[in-house]
Each structure stands twice: as C-alpha cells, then as structure tokens.
Ligand binder design. Structure first.
Ligand code: HEC
Length: 204
C-alpha cells in the first residue's frame, strides 16, 4: 500500500504532458498551441470568402483576401471525442485554422493543374471558455497569430478580438455553437469513435 501511495504521488507530481484546454500567459493572452498539427483534422476549404455585408465589423487586415487561400481546420482531441459523443463542444474546446497560400507551381514543374498548400500565412484560433482570463464574459474568443514562429522564437501569444469583429458572425451564421460544423465533414457526420480509438495523448 505504501508503495502504491508512493508511486501515485510520484505520478501526480510529474508535469502533465497533455494538459487539457487553452493555455494563457499571466496577462490572459492565449498561447499558440504549437502542436496543433497533431490534433484531429476536421476539414479544409479553398478560397471561402465571406459576403461583404457580413464583414462590416471585421478589421480590414482580417478580411478574407480575394486571392485564394486554403483554410485547414483542427480540433483538440479531447474536445473532438466529447463532440462526437454528445454533439456539444465542451468548455476548453480549441479549434485552429491554419491559412496557407494556394500555390500552383513547384520548382520541378511536375504539376500542371490544381492547387496545393503553399506558404503558411497565418494561424487563427477559436476557444470556448466560460471563465476567460481576460475578464470578458462571452464564451467563445477569437485570436490570430499572423507571424508564424520558427522553432527558435518564443511561443507567440495573442489577445482576443472584440466580439463585434469575430464572435458576432460566428454566433449568427455558424451551424453549431459558433463553430462552422456545416463545413467540416467529420464533425458534420459524427461517426461514432471505434472502440479503442486513440484520441487522447495527442496533445502537444
Ligand atoms: C463574416 C463572417 C466571419 C467573421 C467576421 C469571422 N469569421 Fe471566422 N469563420 C467564418 C467562416 C465562414 C468559417 C468557416 C471556415 C473557413 O472560413 O474556412 C470561419 C472559421 C473560423 C475558424 C475555424 C473554427 C471555427 O470556428 O469554425 C477560426 C479559428 C476563425 N474563423 C477565426 C476568426 C477570427 C479570428 C475572426 C475575427 C478576426 C473571424 N473568424 C471572423 C466566418 C467569419
């Protein structure tokens, strides 16, 4: 018994490699979850532009460019498992949208049609948190990380946008609790997880 108690103390005192939910700095800014590429990939689209009258409150630099870009969307594994089971995004859900230029030319000249993910342009995040550390009361907060980090850079942080800039359009037009499930096939279809599916342990 003493051994078990000692072992469990040891376990719980080790830092948790898979800490759940969004991580913030001391001033309440969101830390970019650097390992999101290991999360669940829910969908991608090419060149979705938003009808201009819906963009009235969006900062100019954040309006979708008329040039084509890919949006690749990921969800953290715990939120994914909960959503597939219940249809509800739990508190602490994080979704990442990685934006890439749509490139059509590569140096070897092998492709002559179609587009692939070219230069990485930006990362955006949507976070559900009923107790936001920045003191705001809306449950979903939106962030952008325009300068993509290199491994040597410190972990980037970002403050949330005002609700009018991002939240409002998501609230009104996204199909499920602020998330555009209508565009993400694996959330839209909600196939049950197979027994033994590994959704945990993928966190950075
Ligand atoms: C005019 C409507 C509109 C506004 C304003 C808007 N978005 Fe979105 N957003 C969308 C649509 C449509 C999608 C669906 C996927 C896509 O665009 O690729 C989306 C998807 C996202 C996603 C992927 C996760 C999700 O919630 O589905 C993130 C992250 C995101 N937006 C961040 C932002 C940020 C940051 C802002 C504010 C600077 C913002 N959005 C403003 C329409 C909007």
């Amino acid at each position: 018994l003493v051994l078990i108690a000692a072992l469990s103390t040891l376990r719980s005192s080790q830092p948790c490699a898979h800490e759940a939910g969004p991580q913030y700095d001391s001033s309440g800014q969101l830390k970019l979850p650097l390992g999101f590429a290991n999360w669940i990939f829910v969908g991608s689209n090419l060149g979705l532009g938003y009808a201009s009258h819906f963009e009235a409150n969006t900062p100019l630099e954040m309006q979708r460019p008329s040039s084509q870009t890919f949006h690749n969307i990921y969800i953290d594994p715990d939120a994914y498992a909960a959503f597939i089971k219940t249809g509800i995004f739990p508190n602490g859900t994080v979704l990442i949208m990685a934006v890439y230029a749509a490139a059509d030319k590569e140096p070897r000249g092998i492709v002559d049609k179609g587009y692939f993910n070219g230069a990485a342009l930006e990362i955006e995040a949507a976070v559900k948190n009923a107790k936001r550390p920045d003191g705001k009361s809306t449950d979903w907060a939106y962030y952008a990380f325009p300068n993509l980090p290199t491994p040597a850079d410190p972990q980037p942080v970002a403050s949330a946008f005002d609700d009018a800039q991002c939240y409002a359009c998501h609230r009104l037009h996204a199909s499920t609790d602020n998330v555009w499930v209508q565009f993400y096939p694996i959330l839209r279809d909600r196939q049950p997880l197979s027994p033994g599916a590994q959704t945990e342990g993928n966190r950075p």
